[in-house]
Design a protein around this ligand. Structure first.
Ligand code: SF4
Length: 454
């Protein structure tokens, strides 16, 4: 099972879960709408964010160097990693040189992308994810299914069962407050015993050489402040030029992602804690290749708010794991095939192209246009299955000939509803179930093909 369609079918087979997943994400999307409509200048903010990102990407090398200069002046040690292997090796080398055996980590999709946890664990370092959702999926030995709500695919009863086994909570307990308290006690011990903390980076400010991390649980602050060693890992696209630009992005980020006015904690790290060390690892890992592609460059402006996932009718009904990539949903369906077009060829087709993702994106990435453009790239690369290419060729032939199109439509309406149902809507066509073509009143075939399409 490799393609998105096959994995989606497995998720959708549990109708109850698929429905509840859909409703949960739509609830978040609705909260986002209420927040957005409460800000009269919302569209101006999106325009500003888009313009800042476009400008930054056009001078990325300059801003990266400015950030490095200012970070070093602040006492931060800056490292550059070409790819995931270099990133993991750098982090390990820093930890090993300090004799670290236990690391606490706040949410970082970059470290998921680089598979840092298994890399460090194979070298004898215990890694504890401290974001509650991430800790839940870590205990289940699963990756996150959503970039902002990593355990959104799980019901509280399942989490209660997990905590009973892993943390010794009461059997059958599923009260969120009780479970959160249990997780807090468990994580408190991990924080106190850690020799180093690793965080992601939401924004890196070139002008100040500092980084900004947004969380709702304060876990990044604990991880960066209790141990003496703080490592922050960021992709090269996380930069913004000036501190003043933060006001634009911070107003958009939480409102778009979870429908909150602002994240619970917006923490600025401008240097090491007293007597400690702070390292920033700046990672490329294929991003400069995306920067070189004009059609897809804007995807680097993503601030990982998750709004495009929450609104996407395909993501909501197919779940994050159906994408098979660290970042799922519409933005993941653009980023993943740029990394490996053959492996992720099905993802740009995992979209209805309704444009809802583009409408909610706080940095105005033209997501559905990019998804459509990527389909063409994949067809040119012959990364699309032969069966699909043949279907598209036949469709192209028919759709470019109106009389043939009308005749085909007439035939379908005249014949298909009269065929045995098991023949038309069999297991080979699960998509067709509940989408039956209505039985037409008797009409002459000549009338049907003569009728102009409305
Ligand atoms: S593409 Fe836009 S909507 Fe999707 S996660 Fe990134 S910033 Fe948010």
């Amino acid at each position: 099972m490799t393609g998105h369609a096959e994995k989606s079918a497995a998720f959708a087979a549990n109708e109850d879960r698929a429905h509840w997943h859909d409703q949960s994400l739509w609830f978040v999307r609705s909260k986002r709408d209420r927040q957005a409509s409460g800000i009269p200048e919302w569209e101006a903010l999106r325009e500003a964010a888009s313009a800042i990102k476009t400008h930054t990407l056009s001078r990325l090398a300059d801003y990266l160097e400015e950030f490095e200069r200012n970070a070093i002046a602040n006492g931060i040690q800056v490292h550059w990693a070409r790819d995931a292997a270099e990133h993991n090796a750098i982090v390990h080398q820093i930890l090993a040189s300090h004799g670290v055996t236990h690391l606490v980590k706040s949410k970082s999709m970059l470290t998921e992308e680089c598979h840092l946890n298994p890399y460090l664990e194979a070298r004898g370092i215990e890694v504890t994810d401290t974001d509650l959702g991430e800790r839940i999926v870590q205990l289940r030995k699963e990756p996150p299914s959503h970039i902002v709500m990593p355990a959104i695919h799980l019901k509280r009863e399942e989490i209660g069962e997990l905590f009973h086994i892993e943390l010794g909570t009461e059997k059958g307990a599923s009260d969120p407050k009780y479970l959160t308290e249990a997780a807090r006690g468990h994580l408190r011990g991990k924080f106190m015993g850690a020799q180093a903390g690793l965080t992601g980076v939401n924004f890196a400010v070139a002008e100040t050489g500092g980084i900004v991390v947004c969380t709702n649980e304060g876990n990044a602050d604990m991880g960066a402040s209790l141990p003496r060693l703080h490592i922050a890992c960021m992709g090269i696209e996380k930069l913004i030029p000036r501190a003043a630009h933060l006001s634009v992005f911070l107003r958009l980020l939480a409102r778009s992602g979870t429908g909150q006015p602002i994240t619970g904690y917006t923490s600025h790290f401008n240097g090491p804690v007293r007597g400690g060390e702070m390292h920033v690892v700046i990672v490329d890992n294929g991003r400069s290749r995306i920067l070189g592609q004009e059609a897809f460059r804007r995807s680097l402006g993503c601030i990982r708010c998750g709004a495009c996932m929450n609104t996407c009718p395909v993501y909501r009904r197919s779940g994050g794991y159906s994408y098979g990539y660290t970042v799922p949903g519409p933005i993941g369906s653009i980023l993943a095939p740029q990394r490996d077009p053959q492996k992720y060829a099905s993802l740009p087709f995992a979209s209805s192209l309704c444009g809802s993702c583009t409408d909610v994106c706080p940095v105005k990435i033209d997501l559905h246009h990019q998804l459509l453009a990527f389909r063409k790239v994949l067809v040119d690369l012959k990364a699309v299955p032969l069966q699909k290419r043949l279907c598209m060729a036949v469709m192209g032939f028919v759709l470019s000939r109106p009389s043939l199109y009308r005749m085909g439509g007439g035939l379908m309406r005249a014949i298909v509803p009269r065929l045995p149902r098991s023949l038309v809507y069999g297991p080979w066509n699960p998509w067709g179930i509940q989408r039956e073509i209505p039985l037409m009143p008797p009409q002459s075939f000549r009338d049907l093909i003569r009728k102009e399409p409305s």
